[in-house]
Ligand binder design. Structure first.
Ligand code: ZN
Length: 245
């Protein structure tokens, strides 16, 4: 079985469609596991939720999802994020609002725990460093944990008591074997990458060989940016898609 591991889609429909198309080019997609932030920033929150829901899915709540439906405050958001959040709230259909409102902060599937930020603080903690990640291994019991939130693809593996990290270009092409050590994996962001590479980032898990492959795909972001500007979303949010920052 093949599962898409997606994070931080942020209402970017063109990126999400490109990722799903690419995965399906290589064979059937049996389900989508999404570690939060389906909405916020991008111009198509409803369409992204609907596309994910066409597949068997396991999704957890991200901080932008929570804020969009009033489960978290936007006080900690910067001006652009807060503006986009208010816009998203006004756009969400009742059905999609209820979907986000019902998402758990943590889920378990196969050999994975899913959270948005970190196992210790699912909504808000950013796992950028091996030091911070190492503290988090005690907050989940499954072999692996999938996270998002930083918009940067990373892998932390637990070796004894310490964890090491791998990221950036060294991840591509990368195949992580989940049976080998305990890991915290971040596939990077579908809809707003921040590692300097504007291509949509994601990972595919093959359960037969217990293999996770990190991938990037190009998509035409011109329509996404045009829709953002037309909707009155901050232009800096549209521009940053071009740079992957
Ligand atoms: Zn995010």
């Amino acid at each position: 079985m093949r599962y898409a591991i997606l994070a931080d889609i942020h209402g970017n429909l063109e990126a999400l469609q490109a990722v799903i198309e690419e995965i399906e080019c290589d064979g059937p997609l049996n389900g989508i596991w999404c570690v939060g932030d389906l909405v916020g920033y991008g111009p198509n929150p409803n369409e992204c939720i609907q596309l994910i829901r066409r597949y068997p899915n396991v999704c957890v709540l991200g901080n932008h999802d929570a804020a969009a439906v009033g489960l978290a405050s936007i006080d900690d958001f910067n001006l652009e994020a807060a503006t986009a959040c208010r816009w998203t709230t006004s756009e969400l259909s009742e059905e999609n609002r209820l979907f986000l409102d019902g998402l758990p902060e943590r889920a378990e599937v196969d050999t994975f725990t899913l959270v948005h930020g970190s196992p210790q603080y699912p909504l808000w903690e950013y796992l950028y460093s091996a030091k911070r990640a190492s503290r988090n291994f005690r907050y989940f019991s499954s072999p692996c944990c999938l996270v998002g939130h930083t918009h940067v693809p990373l892998i932390f593996s637990l070796d004894g008591q310490s964890s090491s990290e791998g990221g950036g270009d060294s991840l591509y092409p990368l195949t992580a074997l989940t049976g080998e050590s305990r890991m915290i994996l971040n596939p990077g962001s579908v809809g707003q990458p921040r590692d300097g590479d504007p291509r949509a980032a994601y990972a595919v898990y093959n359960s037969e060989c217990q293999q996770i492959e990190y991938k990037r795909t190009w998509y035409d972001m011109t329509p996404t940016q045009k829709k953002m500007l037309e909707a009155g979303l901050p232009s800096s949010l549209a521009m940053r898609l071009s740079y992957g920052r």
